[in-house]
Design a protein around this ligand. Structure first.
Ligand SMILES: Cc1ncc(COP(=O)(O)O)c(C=O)c1O
Length: 408
């Protein structure tokens, strides 16, 4: 991609171009942070209004049955299944990614006999490591061990119950070989729990094709579910009768409305729900997922890769002081590309000030995310133009760009 004209031609030829109109992106903003918080679908406020005014306001408590509020977790889970190569009855929407990690880690350790180690990588997304720590503490005699991802398979010994990895790394964008790691871990008797937060809706995922055990993921990134959207979890059918959630809330019960005193987990994926589902949040997530209706997934993933490739090429040419952190090869990368610079925070703030929204991850990484549903090649071209300019004139180095916000 050598010019804005060429970028615009790529956009004109993009089979997904019309999907951009489904999103309420602010004028003058180039949004390269859909890997952190997906954009607002135009239809979501209307859906939320209907759920609030009609289903809640008019239907009141009746809507638990008449609008299938009671089945919302399973229903929307089934809609996520095709994005991750799962069967509809293997996915449920519930709680946050953090809570789902906790539930599945403890379920996995408890199902693994004497094995007591949760194995992960240093630098995994913080909540994954923190929840592993909390899960080990809750189990009592379990422990967390971390080794470099390159050494992960070698580190699986007879004590490793479960391997916890993020498929697309939140900071580097590196994508792991799910099939190979899963097979190698299983051959050594371990289960694998994949965090798909930066994968779902952005890259191909084939959980059942990889004979995966367990997975979790976010609803508010590429799935466009809105800030704090409920998350999802996957448990392979073969594990569902054995694994039990430590958060044995009534929505995971086989018959919640029998109001019995004794806990009996549901016989299906529903056992991994806990409390009353957040209906407004799930409705927004369902609307976010509906934006993919009619999308050719192969074209979607190909566009994400092409945008990443073009970004790496343009940055290499115009902003060589930004050091590429992500894999160069698109096959080993998610849909965001990261660059290192000692002043990445200030540079990111200066970009945001000029309408180009990416984000910063400590200590020194600028992330540029390409949600293929609504980011185009001309957006990328303009973003690099803005970055080139502010690197050249040094305008990023103003004191107010160095002052840290609570959220980066
Ligand atoms: C890999 C990964 N896991 C989990 C989370 C967040 O989990 P939660 O929604 O519970 O805050 C994120 C958020 O960015 C993430 O990148």
């Amino acid at each position: 991609m050598k010019s804005l004209v060429e970028a615009e031609a790529l956009d004109a030829a993009d089979p997904l171009r019309s999907f951009r109109d489904r999103f309420a992106l602010p004028k003058g903003v180039i949004y390269l942070d859909g890997n952190s918080l997906g954009a607002l679908p135009k239809s979501t406020p209307t859906r939320l209004q209907a759920v609030a005014v009609e289903e809640w306001g008019q239907g009141l408590i009746r809507s638990w049955n008449s609008h299938d509020w009671v089945g919302a977790g399973r229903r929307v889970g089934a809609k996520i299944a095709p994005f991750i190569g799962a069967e509809p009855h293997e996915v449920v929407v519930a709680d946050s990614t953090s809570a789902n990690l906790y539930k599945l880690l403890i379920a996995a350790v408890k199902a693994q006999g004497q094995r007591r180690t949760i194995l992960s990588e240093p630098g995994n997304f913080p909540t994954d490591l923190y929840m592993a720590d909390g899960a080990a503490w809750s189990v009592g005699d379990a422990r967390v061990k971390t080794v470099r991802v390159a050494d992960i398979v070698d580190a699986i010994d007879d004590d490793v119950a479960v391997v916890l990895l993020t498929h697309v790394h939140y900071k580097s964008g590196a994508m792991l070989d799910m099939a190979a790691i899963t097979a190698a871990a299983q051959a050594k008797g371990a289960l694998v729990l994949w965090d798909l937060s930066h994968s779902v809706g952005a890259v191909p995922v084939d959980l059942n094709g990889c004979n995966a055990d367990l997975a979790v993921g976010c609803g508010y990134k590429y799935l466009n579910g809105g800030p704090g959207a409920p998350a999802f979890l996957y448990v392979a059918e073969r594990h569902q009768a054995v694994l039990r959630s430590p958060l044995s809330g009534w929505f995971g019960h086989a018959a919640p409305f029998d109001f019995g005193d004794d806990y009996a987990p549901a016989g299906d994926i529903g056992r991994f729900q806990c409390g009353t589902p957040p209906i407004l949040g799930i409705a927004a997530l369902e609307e976010g997922i509906a934006q993919f209706d009619g999308v050719n997934r192969a074209a979607l993933f190909a566009k994400g890769r092409a945008l990443g490739d073009a970004c790496i090429a343009l940055m290499g040419e115009y902003c060589p002081e930004m050091e590429l952190v992500s894999p160069h090869d698109a096959g080993s990368r998610g849909s965001h590309v990261s660059f290192r610079h000692p002043h990445a925070y200030a540079i990111c703030q200066a970009l945001i000030d000029r309408g180009v929204i990416g984000d910063f991850r400590a200590p020194d990484v600028l992330r540029l995310g390409f949600a293929p549903l609504y980011v185009g090649f001309a957006d990328l071209w303009r973003a690099v133009e803005v970055l080139t300019e502010l690197l050249r004139d040094g305008s990023w180095d103003a004191p107010h760009y160095h002052a840290r916000n609570a959220v980066t």
